[in-house]
Design a protein around this ligand. Structure first.
Ligand code: NDP
Length: 296
């Protein structure tokens, strides 16, 4: 069976596959291919998702190559999320606001940059609660925190407190969130020692890299006693999914959202953008758990 975008006259027998990819450097350990190709196979799509090493100096040529070969789109990971923008024809709203693209989509003759990281997070969060009107505390102010907070702001949260180690990055994110275009109530708190989550917080998010494999014993400096049962506690770390934060939040009776939820849902949105079908998220999650050597 052939996918969308194969032209008007489909031959009975076709050896041509629709192409998608991830461009990054280093990229060899990026597991996205396993998740996306599991979805393509499950839905009978003759599509491929290639893991392609692209050096920063070659990014322009790589994007031109993708255009020439009719790629349906591609993901961008480190170090291309910002620099890819100058090679594209347009940006989606949140990608424009955050100034970073992780998913490029061919729409007609144009390559449009989207950011699905924050949208993936939001989809995982919405399983438990509508973010509208919620008070959020987020640890971190890097790319993941930027993507998540911009999307939370667009979804109507009431206020965001950004807790970050380096004041420059923390303040820059708060300026973006509280600025003229977004206009959210946003506060920066410098991270010193164990942070006590204030009473009345609805959602707590770890958007730092603390706890990512292989540093699995690293702990987010937060006072576990300040995590209350009514709170939703989310972690962006996909590997391992059951971080120390997720485990201590569970022990405190909080609702937890692990980093696999965000990773799978950003993949779901990418496949939707490229193919027009909504893939089975369960199939994609199982493919990732397999790669990470975890049982479902
Ligand atoms: P960045 O490098 O842009 O930002 C890293 C953030 O973590 C910064 O705020 C940094 O603080 C903070 N940080 C790192 N180490 C420490 C520490 N020891 N103590 C306190 N703060 C620390 O990375 P990204 O934002 O792109 O990625 C962050 C994490 O999110 C990664 O682990 C990545 O795997 C994960 N991620 C998960 C996704 C998913 O789908 N689940 C999608 C995207 C990312 P400072 O400013 O002080 O340096």
């Amino acid at each position: 069976m052939s996918g969308k975008g194969g032209g008007s006259s489909e031959p009975a027998l076709s050896f041509k596959q629709e192409l998608t990819a991830v461009f990054g450097q280093p990229v060899a350990e990026n597991p996205t291919q396993a998740m996306i190709e599991a979805a393509y196979r499950h839905h009978g799509l003759s599509w491929r998702y290639l893991t392609i090493e692209v050096a920063p100096a070659d990014l322009g040529e790589a994007v031109r190559g993708a255009r020439a070969m009719g790629f349906a789109g591609f993901n961008c990971t480190i170090p291309h999320k910002v620099s890819v923008i100058e090679h594209l024809d347009g940006l989606g709203e949140s990608a424009r606001l955050m100034g970073a693209v992780n998913c490029v989509v061919r729409r007609g003759d144009e390559l449009v940059g989207e950011n699905t990281d924050g949208k993936g997070f939001l989809a995982a969060l919405r399983v438990h609660a509508d973010p509208k009107g919620k008070r959020v505390v987020i640890f971190g102010a890097g790319g993941a925190a930027r993507a998540i907070t911009v999307e939370l702001a667009l979804a109507g949260v009431k206020a965001i407190t950004v807790v970050n180690r380096s004041p420059e990055r923390g303040r820059a994110l708060v300026e973006l969130l509280a600025g003229r275009e977004i206009g959210l109530t946003a506060t920066f708190v410098p991270w010193k020692g164990e942070y006590r989550v204030p009473e009345g917080t609805d959602v707590v998010v770890n958007a730092t890299s603390i706890g990512l494999f292989p540093d699995v014993e690293a702990r987010v400096p937060v006072d576990p006693a300040s995590l209350a049962p009514g709170m939703i506690v989310a972690d962006v770390i996909p590997n391992p999914p059951r971080t120390h934060l997720v485990q201590s939040a569970q022990r405190r009776g909080c609702t937890v959202v692990d980093g696999l939820g965000m990773l799978v849902n950003q993949g779901v949105i990418g496949v939707e953008y490229w193919t027009g079908i909504t893939p089975d998220a369960g199939v994609m999650r199982r493919a990732l758990l397999d790669v990470f050597g975890q049982s479902p």
